[in-house]
Design a protein around this ligand. Sequence first.
Ligand SMILES: [Zn+2]
Length: 144
Amino acid sequence: MSILDKIGDVSRGASDKAKSISEANNLKRKILYEEERIVEIFGDIGKKYYKTRNEDPEGLKALCDDIDTRRRRIKKMRFELNGIRGYKICPKCSAEVNERFQFCGRCGARLPDVEDEDFMSLESNDYYTQNSDEFFNADSNKTY
Ligand SMILES: [Zn+2]
C-alpha cells in the first residue's frame, strides 16, 4: 500500500468517526426534544383534565396518543444511537451487548431488532424520558 493510500485510509476513518459523532449528537438532540415535549404534554393533560374533566375525553386521549407516538420515536432513536456506538441494550437486564449478537450474554434474552414486528410496541414504563423512572414514579403514590 502506498503512502497516499494509507493517508487516504486514515482520513476516511476520521471522517467516518466524525460523521457518526455528529449523527449521534443529532439523535441525542432529537431525543431530548421529544422528551421535553412529553413533559409539556403531561402538563397539558393535567390542565385539561382539571378544567374539562368530563367534557372532553377525546381531547385527553389525543394527548395520550401523542405521547405514545413520541415514545416510539424515542425508542427508535435510542436504538439507532446505541447502534452508532456499536451495542444494543438488553430489554430484560439492561446489559450493553455487542450489536452483532442476537441474544444477551448475561441473561440470554432475545435482543430487539428494528426489523421486529413488535419493535414499535411500548413497554409500560419505557421511553418516556431519560429519567423516566424518577419522573413517572415520583408523585404517583404521593398523598397530598
Ligand atoms: Zn440481558
